[in-house]
Design a binder for this molecule. Structure first.
Ligand code: HEM
Length: 330
């Protein structure tokens, strides 16, 4: 059994009825960076402060940093596989890359707790960041995506979920951490609803009402479930998802906020390539004929312990610069 010296953040928190996703960019200047570094040590305490008031509502928060932000805030060392979001596809079918330095993934079984914690965390960040996207997601019936299919069935659980999402010895300094990729999708619901249920089932690869997987002999190679199933050396490689529906019927907005956690960005990126480019090229995911990615960012999730200590770690990271300055003065 792998030994994880550092406790992960709440990556494996049980799925909840509500979630708030906040993506922010770091404002320029040393003062902004210092505020964010100091704030890191408050995240867990604020989550406890709000969550303790209603423990049965499973409040949790995961806080993660984008590649450029990591360099600006914490310098070296840096997580081995952290890089800017990679774009997949072209033309009408693109997994776009959009700005994102900081991600907050706040989950709870009631929206008041999510809202309260989001308010406290954003207040704490103050002028140090600009929020560029905020989505309030809700559980839709029996865990259905807004397109009507049950979402999350093939998620790994328990020990397997930890093994697929938590960094171990491969990047020992960042063990206990994870990578997380988010994308906001908007759906063409009129187009989707005009399909027969049978067509929709072929696109997803599962029966709509019962959620039973289509038999291999009828499941199309282009189905969403086929293209997102990965194998390495005969073993399936999974990611942990907690997508949430969101929307505003009044303006015709119907969306899925995709969030995927993994131990490395590679499997999530491979899935994106299979969906947007195709496996093989051209055999792409038809869900994308009815779904458009309007955001996309990749982040590193420090372990809980590392998050609490990032303020001091930043000071350590800056020592070489100071040393360089003082040595150049001698
Ligand atoms: C338009 C946005 C998306 C929607 C509405 C959606 C919905 C679904 C649904 C309904 C399923 C079948 C049930 C299950 O969860 O196992 C599924 C499976 C899955 N999806 Fe998505 N998904 C979306 C985007 C993505 C993206 C961007 C990725 C990865 C980059 C992804 C990865 C997966 C994986 C790994 C599975 C399980 C496949 C299996 O083992 O059968 N999904 N998704």
């Amino acid at each position: 059994m792998p030994d994880f010296p550092s406790e992960p953040q709440a990556v494996h928190s049980p799925t909840t009825r509500h979630a708030i996703f906040i993506v922010a960019t770091l404002n320029p200047g040393a003062a902004a960076a210092e505020t964010v570094r100091g704030w890191c040590a408050d995240v867990a305490a604020l989550t406890r402060t709000v969550g303790t008031r209603s423990p049965q509502q499973n409040l949790s928060c995961v806080c993660a940093f984008g590649s450029d932000a990591w360099d600006a805030l914490f310098g070296q060392p840096r997580p081995a596989s952290l890089h800017p979001f990679r774009v997949f596809g072209d033309g009408a079918r693109v997994a776009v890359s959009t700005p994102g330095d900081l991600l907050l993934h706040i989950r709870a079984d009631s929206m008041d707790l999510c809202f309260e914690l989001a308010t406290l965390l954003v207040n704490g960040l103050g002028d140090a960041v600009t929020v560029v996207d905020e989505v309030h997601g809700f559980r839709y019936f029996d865990r259905r995506a807004i397109i009507g299919f049950v979402d999350g069935t093939e998620n790994p659980e328990g020990r397997e979920a930890v093994d697929f999402t938590v960094i171990g010895d491969e990047d020992a300094e960042f063990s206990g951490g994870s990578y997380v990729l988010v994308q906001k999708y908007l759906h063409d619901m009129a187009g989707w609803n005009a399909l027969t249920v049978e067509n929709q089932e072929g696109i997803i690869g599962r029966h709509k009402l019962s959620n039973v997987e289509l038999d291999d002999d009828i499941k199309p190679a282009s189905s969403h479930s086929a293209l997102t199933t990965l194998e390495e050396n005969g073993q399936e490689v999974k990611i942990l998802r907690d997508n949430m529906p969101f929307g505003r019927p009044g303006v015709g907005e119907f969306g899925t906020y995709f969030i995927g956690y993994a131990r490395s960005p590679a499997p999530i990126e491979q899935m994106l390539e299979n969906m947007f480019v195709g496996r093989p090229a051209g055999n792409y995911d038809r869900l994308l004929d009815y779904s458009r990615a309007v955001t996309g960012s990749l982040f590193f999730v420090p372990s809980a312990e590392l998050l609490e200590s990032l303020e001091t770690r930043a000071a350590v990271a800056q020592v070489p610069q100071e040393a360089a300055t003082s040595s150049s003065m001698t």
